[in-house]
Design a protein around this ligand. Sequence first.
Ligand code: GDP
Length: 199
Amino acid sequence: LFAGDFHFIWASPSIETLPPMAGVEIAFAGRSNVGKSSLINALTGRNALARTSSTPGRTQELIFFDGPAQAGLRLVDMPGYGYAAASKAKVASWTTLIHKYLEGRSNLARVYVLIDARHGLKDVDLDVLKTLDRSAVSYQVVLTKADQIKKSELEGRITDVRTSLATHPAAFPEVLATSSEKSEGIPELRAAMVRLLEE
Ligand code: GDP
């Protein structure tokens, strides 16, 4: 499934231009620069499937990638949020786009919310978790850049995040730690995605 057969199918800047629902969707959300593009590329084995962002907060689009034919898996790269220079209007348009997408997407199996292992959950992340709770979409936190902190710190970070998640009704309690750089946690995340497909 993850042997490099993923390809771009569609970019959607607004709710009116979403592709029709097909297969199972798994979406990825996170603050700008959290390592979302790197993770999608690591998962799919493609170096430049998702463009890594040198300009944070560029076009706000939902980007759809299809897996191999017959597999029925579609990945959705959600626009990054939380960059410092974002205007209130941009934050509002992000929230509207995401909220509308989440509301109508019955084939969305899970949203992976990426959190930088060094920083943990910030206020802006908690706002996004609230949006997800309101939409009752199953989501799970995935820590990124785990290679950047010591193992002991990582354990503490996972415990802290798990504790915060306990008050979020739509959150999956388990927290995954990944490093795209070192390919750590990638097989585990792929396995979790395959289980979602089989559900
Ligand atoms: P995005 O804005 O969320 O798509 O983030 P990118 O994937 O573009 O990554 C942002 C920066 O973090 C880039 O400089 C990446 O090289 C770096 N980065 C991403 N993943 C990792 C990782 O697992 N480990 C380390 N050390 N750096 C990473």
